[in-house]
Design a binder for this molecule. Sequence first.
Ligand SMILES: Cc1cc2nc3c(=O)[nH]c(=O)nc-3n(C[C@H](O)[C@H](O)[C@H](O)COP(=O)(O)OP(=O)(O)OC[C@H]3O[C@@H](n4cnc5c(N)ncnc54)[C@H](O)[C@@H]3O)c2cc1C
Length: 308
Amino acid sequence: MGRRSPTPARGPKQENLIMHIPTLELHEAASFEDATALLAQFSPDVRLLAGGTDVLVDLKTGGSGVGHLVTFSRIETISGISEEADGLRIGALTTITEIDDSPLISGPYEMLRDAASQMATLQIRNTATIGGNIAGANPCADLPPVLMVLNATAVVISADGQRDVPLQELITGPRETLLAQNELLAAVLVPRPPARFGAAYARFGLRNGNAIAVASVAASLTLKDDGTVHNAHIALGAVAPVPTLVAAADLWLEGRDLNGDALDEAARAAMGAAEPISDLRASADYRRELVGVLTKRALTAAEQRAKG
Ligand SMILES: Cc1cc2nc3c(=O)[nH]c(=O)nc-3n(C[C@H](O)[C@H](O)[C@H](O)COP(=O)(O)OP(=O)(O)OC[C@H]3O[C@@H](n4cnc5c(N)ncnc54)[C@H](O)[C@@H]3O)c2cc1C
């Protein structure tokens, strides 16, 4: 038998690189009542576990240690996409791949696929959920800006019942939402857009695959019969602490043709609304420039879709 080489002593630097999940208790909720009761019982030492692509990384790196995790995949209606009388209902545990693959994500909802198809890698998309993407409130998350310009609403459940919160109000800071400790996101409702509606998402990452957005822009608009803009919404991702709606986009685009001047003005307004930071992915100036370019791309693609 050969001799094993002695285990090298670990310095502090190597200790930091070791990733392991600390001891914790896993609870399985079979109903909304179970889930909210477990959240209330163990608050604040508890987190919901959806796909785990964020929460498990956090736990492994010591970002937010908790003693309890609650899974909730056994709750009926928590996953899947359905067409309702007034729009789409997307269950919180619906995966990014399900969004990408669903035949219901078409026509006015196509923008959801623009975002889903560009996120992360296939392995992550197969696991990551729409609920985790929203509730994780990462400033560079792809779906919140998209859902904001689609006027989506979050269905939030607690022991006290249900409340509906506009997506535009749900995210309050980096990794912060209006959700209380005993609440969970059950679904997202995307209202059916009117006729002559189009929406598109433009994003820039440092690679085509598995790169979070350096900057992103979601745009939606409705055209009048004469082809000019009736109303418009623009939301920015990854360039501010929260996904940001460009204020009054509908006011300055209303009644206009989306020609070069209108697009230039829209781009300038969006750049003015951005509050980017410099980090290892890009400088603040570069991000602001990207916002201008992406705003034009998203509005142009949205207009093409609105024209059918
Ligand atoms: C390699 C890699 C690449 C990535 N690339 C991208 C990318 O390109 N774009 C992007 O947007 N994201 C990306 N992410 C981040 C992550 O995958 C997504 O945000 C994903 O959608 C999170 O969903 P999840 O189900 O895994 O959430 P989890 O990790 O399970 O949860 C995330 C947070 O949300 C809370 N939560 C989850 N579900 C609910 C709910 N229903 N109600 C209330 N709170 C809830 C959890 O408690 C936790 O705090 C990437 C992650 C990795 C590891």
